[in-house]
Design a protein around this ligand. Structure first.
Ligand SMILES: [Zn+2]
Length: 127
C-alpha cells in the first residue's frame, strides 16, 4: 500500500502524507488498555491536521470520562487539584483551536467542549 495515494480516513483528502494514528497514552499518562473499546483495533491513517484533531478528541474524551467519574464520586484523576487544573487548561486550549477559522474538526464539536467546560466550572476545584 502506498500511503501517499490513499485518502485520509477522516477527511478523505488525498495526496498528503498520512500518519498512522495510535492511542498510546491517555491525557492522564495512563497507557491505553489494548482490549479497551477505545483502543483502535484497526489503526487508521490520517493526514497531519486530522491527526492533530484526533489527539484533541482523545484528550477531550479522557477528560469527560474522568469528569463523569468525579461527579459519580468514583475514583477520578480529576479529584487531584493539579490534574483538575491541567484538564481545565487543556479544554480551554482545545476550544481555542476549534474556534480558529479553518479548524473544523472531523471528530469534535466545539459546542461539546464549551459544554464540558461549563460543567467542570460548576464543580469546586479539589485541593
Ligand atoms: Zn484528513
Amino acid at each position: 500500500m502506498d500511503s501517499w495515494n490513499e485518502p485520509c480516513q477522516a477527511c478523505g483528502s488525498a495526496g498528503q502524507p498520512l500518519t498512522k494514528f495510535s492511542l498510546g497514552k491517555d491525557f492522564f499518562g495512563r497507557p491505553y488498555d489494548r482490549l479497551s473499546p477505545l483502543a483502535d483495533q484497526n489503526p487508521k491513517w490520517y493526514c497531519a491536521p486530522c491527526s492533530m484533531h484526533k489527539n484533541l478528541q482523545r484528550d477531550f474524551r479522557d477528560i469527560r470520562t474522568e469528569f463523569e467519574k468525579l461527579r459519580a464520586d468514583q475514583g477520578s484523576e480529576l479529584s487531584r487539584g493539579d490534574e483538575f487544573r491541567r484538564a481545565s487548561l487543556r479544554l480551554q486550549e482545545i476550544r481555542t483551536i476549534l474556534s480558529a477559522p479553518q479548524q473544523h474538526s472531523p471528530f469534535l464539536n466545539g459546542h461539546d467542549v464549551t459544554l464540558l467546560m461549563e460543567r467542570l466550572n460548576t464543580l469546586t476545584m479539589p485541593v
